[in-house]
Design a protein around this ligand. Structure first.
Ligand code: NAP
Ligand code: 8YV
Length: 326
């Protein structure tokens, strides 16, 4: 049996994408690059040729509608809140993401961020580098400690579970909130986020973005955490009311926060930049060379599998029933 070439299949890459993913797409397909996901950047004839999109950018309903031959959107990242997957499903378009290959890396980052936040490690390092250890003496004892803390995980999925396993090893008690309890897990389940926040002092959010979680971590949740409360966000910035968080950090409603994600990246609110009790990272949860390459491979494997007629490797929930139609 001869295998048909995929070199005439047009795959659109809007905006930036990992160079290994680009190289694999260029090797297997007819890769077309544009600056951003804007259909006006493509001539009419070109639009009708696009059968796949590979990207890490917003793909909205209008963009999907502008590409009549579109079959698959391969998203670089496990979080796909930037892709209108419900609309894609309604048009019979597959959406894939990059789960599992990044889980342990992101969980590692979450623990690093938690330690940085509670034990002020970046500030202690700055103290040393600024010569204060030599001139002034030891860095002040931190008010925060992991000892005796009760952790609550908002979004106990793949990454949440990997974080929970690490927290267990650190000796913390663990509770969680999801829409549904997780089978086979004996961490305490709380049916609402508020109930979880009232019962823990360390809230770690690894929930997806989207309308259902928009600003879910608000002033009431932060107040429920209490004055020893620590909030860590490794999920999506949109899940937090950033104004309420900045106010809670400033007035002592909570002790500290560690944030890897923000509502309007790369723009971080001034009030959070100024907060000395916040430890801030520029969305580096999965950002090792090893893990980003694995994500790039999974994205390319999804496209290759799809156009070889084998279906998608990692379809998102909304498009699980979408079938190969070529
Ligand atoms: P996952 O396995 O799908 O887990 C998501 C969890 O969130 C599920 O347990 C789900 O449980 C819960 N959830 C979803 N919607 C909810 C809602 N409205 N209310 C309460 N709980 C809800 O996904 P994952 O692989 O762990 O990734 C989680 C998220 O991490 C991604 O979506 C992404 O935004 C973020 N992420 C960030 C980085 C980074 O670099 N900082 C890297 C990777 C991923 P139920 O369905 O039962 O509600
Ligand atoms: C990436 C992420 O930084 O997978 C995710 O959901 O947030 C990160 O791994 C991001 O997706 C790159 O666009």
């Amino acid at each position: 049996m001869t295998v048909a070439s995929t070199k005439d299949i047009a795959i659109l890459i809007p905006g930036r994408l990992h160079e290994h993913a680009v190289a694999r797409i260029e090797a297997a397909f007819d890769a077309i690059r544009i600056e951003r996901a804007d259909a006006s950047l493509l001539p009419e004839g070109e639009r009708a040729r696009i059968r796949g999109i590979a990207g890490m950018t917003r793909i909205d309903a209008a963009f999907i509608d502008a590409l009549p031959a579109l079959e698959i959107i391969a998203n670089f990242g496990v979080g796909y809140d930037a892709v209108d997957a419900a609309h894609a499903a309604s048009k019979g378009v597959m959406v894939t993401n990059t789960p599992d290959v990044l889980t342990e890396e992101v969980a590692d980052t979450a623990l690093g961020l938690l330690l940085n936040t509670v034990r002020e490690l970046p500030k202690a390092e700055r103290w040393l580098r600024d010569g204060k250890w030599r001139r002034t003496g030891a860095y002040p004892f931190t008010r925060g400690t992991l000892r005796g803390r009760k952790a609550g995980i908002f979004g106990l999925g793949r990454i949440g579970l990997a974080i929970a396993r690490r927290l267990e090893a650190f000796g913390l008690s663990i509770a969680y909130h999801n829409r549904n309890p997780v089978a086979g897990v004996d961490y305490a389940y709380h049916p609402t986020l508020l109930d979880l926040a009232r019962n823990v002092d360390t809230l770690i959010s690894v929930a997806p973005g989207g309308t259902a979680t928009d600003k879910a971590v608000n002033a009431q949740i932060l107040a429920a955490l209490g004055p020893e409360g620590v909030f860590v966000n490794i999920g999506r910035g949109s899940t937090v009311d950033e104004d309420a968080l900045a106010a809670a950090l400033a007035d002592g409603t909570i002790l500290a926060a560690g944030l890897d994600v923000f509502a309007d990246e790369p723009n971080v609110p001034e009030a959070l930049l100024r907060a000395e009790n916040a430890s801030l990272l520029p969305h580096v949860g999965s950002a090792s060379q090893h893990t980003r390459r694995a994500m790039a491979d999974l994205l390319a494997d999804n496209l290759e599998g799809w156009f070889a007629g084998r279906g998608a490797l990692t379809p998102v929930a909304e498009t699980r029933a979408v079938a190969v139609r070529h």
